[in-house]
Ligand binder design. Sequence first.
Ligand SMILES: Cc1ncc(COP(=O)(O)O)c(C=O)c1O
Length: 361
Amino acid sequence: MIRGHGGNVLELAGRLGCRPADICDMSSNVNPLGPMPELMAHLHRRLDLIQALPEVDAATMTAAFAEASGLDPDGVLAGNGSTELIYLLPRVLAPPRAVVVGPTYADYTDACRLAGVPVVPVTAVAAQGFAPPLEQLKNALEPGDLVFICNPNNPTGVLLDPEAISTLAAGRPDCRFVVDESYLPFAPEAESLAHRGADNLLVLSSMSKIHRIAGLRIGFLMGPAPVLARLHPHRPPWSVNALAQEAVTFLSTHPGPVKQFLDETRSFLETEKQLLNQRLQGCHGLRGFPSRTSFVLLQLPAPATAAHVCQALARERILVRDCSNFIGLDPRFIRISLKDGDANRRVAECLDRIPEMTGKM
Ligand SMILES: Cc1ncc(COP(=O)(O)O)c(C=O)c1O
């Protein structure tokens, strides 16, 4: 759905009468170090590609991605961002129900509702640090369910052990599990489920976040070939554009620089996350939830609300995500996506002034 997402930097710039570039956008979960300079230079040189249609089903690029990832090309489907694939799944597979483990990214529920698939939420709670309630999930499952798990989860940052998901899926061959790993490349030493090869496991990934090429729109679905073969004919032709195909081919054939870029990203984020946590510890009852990825969920001390704090930060030209529209969260949650060291320090300094900031509302 078009609405239901987070902060909109263009809208805020319009409201403040400044340029989008003047705003420190900590609402968008993209790599603070990206995109890779080598990738940008390559795409600049290949702008001529937009003069012709891209390969209709992006098969060459998909094969390059599959080879680089150690997967069978029949087990990979490319999409116009992972979003296209999220919306495709309930529409084509038409399960009797979907189960969404939340609080999480809204599009799983939106996609199911648009496809006429009823959604059963299973919701983690703050008191348990938002650990996904796996026992509750097991008890909620019915034959034929399509289960969505975001790992690491947006917005909580919690990472489930892949073994736990694998065991869960193995125990319920009558259900299908979709694991969204869009934020997994930010987590140090995390293992993808894409290589497990289970018949009822589908894995989503996105290049938007880790490579900071959200505008190019590239995502993948990885899973059993027969399921992907069912989905394939329902994709529109040319859904992955020419520059996006070129970007994937470049990234898939330059493993050395990509590995170095990913290592640098993870090491930068670990340092910045530690610093942010230290700074936030002194902030008037603010609670930060441990995150394994590039953003941190914060619970504000009463009577501060996300609306108040976002408004006060907006006056400082800092945009963070008001999480009050996530199912399962209340109006006291915000999410901060880590940026450069200066921005991360500045947001912590602002949050230290919450009582003062909210007093002026
Ligand atoms: C968890 C999650 N999955 C998928 C997406 C969609 O990403 P894209 O369509 O750019 O791949 C987002 C975007 O914010 C997200 O947060």
